[in-house]
Write a protein that binds this ligand. Sequence first.
Ligand SMILES: Cc1cc2nc3c(=O)[nH]c(=O)nc-3n(C[C@H](O)[C@H](O)[C@H](O)COP(=O)(O)OP(=O)(O)OC[C@H]3O[C@@H](n4cnc5c(N)ncnc54)[C@H](O)[C@@H]3O)c2cc1C
Length: 389
Amino acid sequence: MQQSSTNYHIAILGAGIAGLTLLLDGLKQNIWENKSILLLGESLNNTPNKRISFWSTATDPIPDFPYLKWDKLSVVSNDGVSIPLKLDDYSYYSFDASAYRKHALKEIKKYENVTVVEGKVQHILQDDKSCEVRSDEGVFFAEYVFQTIFEEPTLKPHNQYFLQHFTGWKIRTEHRFSDPEEAVIMDYRTSQEHGTSFIYGLPASDNEIFVEYTIFSKSLISREEYAEKLALYLREVCHVKDYEITEEEYGVIPMTDYHFKRRDGRVFFLGSAGGDTRGSTGYTYTNVKRTISQILEAFKRKTWPQVTLPSRRKEQFYDAILLHVLAQGGYPGHMLFTDLFNKARASHVFQFLDAQSDFTNDLRIMWSLRKWPFILGMLRTLRLMVFKR
Ligand SMILES: Cc1cc2nc3c(=O)[nH]c(=O)nc-3n(C[C@H](O)[C@H](O)[C@H](O)COP(=O)(O)OP(=O)(O)OC[C@H]3O[C@@H](n4cnc5c(N)ncnc54)[C@H](O)[C@@H]3O)c2cc1C
């Protein structure tokens, strides 16, 4: 074990999407050239496959890094009706998180003020002057810590906690899908026996596609069952029988209205650990990028540790209502999301989900859905928030 008592200005804990993006963006913008920085994360060279997808209006949302992009999107209802989405100036993007990590670590190593340590964080202590990070690679001290390691929250009685769990395959096949330029972000032609479930299909080339079987529910299913559902979908719905699986990913993302702490003294929580995962969808990347740009802005303006982050209260309240509606089961998720994309413009839905929505747009989105389940869901949310805190 390497015993260390080095002092750093900044320690970033966890070398996943949030930690690496914060560090790389900070370095590229020359914001931290005079700071000594520690990046401490486990399994640096052994990352499970993970694709990160998101919508954006930016022309080049991840500079200097390859990504896939689609300008045509659709949602397919449980009874097979395809709904083309009205995207306006949005596109859908996807990149390979393991490749991003390799790229980011290679870039980061060019900066002499950064020390990268592969190790497991065990504990963080702090006083009013610094933080002490204990790990299996020694003890490190830093003025400020960015903590991106997710910890299972201790829920309050009023909290909902769903899991978004999925298995995805990248397959190679000679079969021509109807439109290789179009990504299907939700295809509900799956059995809804375990909860809201759908397949998404992201074509990667003329003969390659990512297909992912996703469920929103409170418990997981066996790994074999995801594979059965994917194979069934390819066979019965897409009529694809011959294919080779070239990549596989498995994941579980929490969908909750739990209020994650953003900071504790000198420790700032970021990524899923800081509540950047949207409770109603599991999408995280756009929020992570937004939080990072606010942090870097505070360093640029020399106001750090004061950082202005928009309040998340309104979105958390909406997410809580949606999770209660799903939990009650009166308005099944596949109908709810189909109604949403059928009746509202996708660009308005994306603004709403990105917390970039004004009250008029919020109303427009709510109007596209059945009213009674949401009124009941709201009353239930309010009652639990008031009486079961
Ligand atoms: C398979 C999968 C697919 C996803 N797809 C999408 C998507 O398409 N779009 C989207 O917006 N979101 C997606 N998400 C959700 C979210 O964007 C990702 O989980 C994203 O990686 C979150 O970034 P993060 O930095 O917060 O966490 P992570 O990327 O998980 O980073 C945390 C890091 O901390 C490390 N770590 C954990 N414990 C320790 C420890 N004790 N000591 C040191 N290091 C430790 C982990 O190894 C990891 O590298 C997906 C999640 C999963 C699991």
